[in-house]
Design a protein around this ligand. Structure first.
Ligand code: ZN
Length: 248
């Protein structure tokens, strides 16, 4: 090949290369913009754990799918499952307080309420470090008087497939898929193997619809809601379903 031919060949090859980069980058940018506009956020929450033979499998599945969740733990179950709780924090999940003995707060006196929340909070502060560990009252119930005693934000849920009652993967998945909307808080229990299976299917199906799974704390921040102590929140939908204070 003569020098002039070689130069011409190199110039053409360089142009072809630049054109190929340019043609690839256009659809990549466009699809990123489209998917960015369609992101819908939702929070998956798990109560009554940790439990050795179910929670670990759930964490594996969530990690594989890059989905974050929130775990409301029963205090008395933490000591024997410390590794799972440390793993939750290390993998970006939010950890919260579901009392020490899973007592129905409205049925016990205020001193015991404070003990149940305080004991679990101390265990979490010790194990995971200083922080605000949100509270989920067992059964979602807390009286107006008790709200005044609790210094952490409290959260219940807006989508409840009653997984603890039905123990049926398909029923749980179908119920959640039927009722869920952006900014909902979904209630499940990692205590049951069927709920773990259902949770991972829910993640797969909602991710395919453009949902991103974030922690409750992140969901509130994304919606510009600053959580207040002593308030029980039901979802991160500002206008309709947030319960805003001890008066409710
Ligand atoms: Zn519970």
């Amino acid at each position: 090949m003569k020098k002039a031919q070689r130069m011409a060949f190199l110039v053409l090859a360089a142009l072809a290369f630049l054109w190929s980069i340019g043609s690839q980058s256009v659809p990549a940018v466009a699809s990123a913009e489209i998917s960015g506009a369609e992101i819908k956020y939702v929070a998956l929450t798990f109560d009554d754990g940790p439990r050795a033979n179910t929670t670990g499998r759930l964490l594996d599945g969530l990690l594989k799918r890059n989905a974050k969740a929130t775990f409301f733990l029963i205090g008395r179950q933490i000591e024997t499952n410390r590794d799972l709780v440390l793993r939750m924090k290390a993998e970006g999940h939010q950890v919260g307080n579901h009392t020490y003995d899973h007592l129905e707060l409205e049925a016990i006196n205020p001193t015991v309420v404070a003990q149940q929340i305080g004991k679990t909070d101390a265990i979490l502060q010790n194990l995971l470090g200083e922080g605000t560990y949100w509270v989920r009252p067992p059964f979602g119930c807390v009286s107006a008087t008790e709200k005044k005693l609790i210094s952490q934000p409290m959260v219940s849920w807006s989508v409840d497939p009653e997984d603890w009652k039905v123990h049926n993967v398909n029923q749980v998945v179908t119920s959640v898929m039927k009722h869920v909307a952006p900014n909902d808080i979904i209630l499940l229990h990692d205590f049951y193997a069927t709920s773990v299976d259902a949770a991972l299917q829910i993640v797969d199906q909602l991710q395919a619809k453009g949902y991103e799974f974030v922690t409750v704390e992140e969901l509130f921040a994304l919606n510009g809601i600053a959580p207040q102590s002593g308030c029980l929140y039901r979802s991160a939908k500002l206008n309709k379903t947030v319960k805003t204070g001890p008066q409710q």
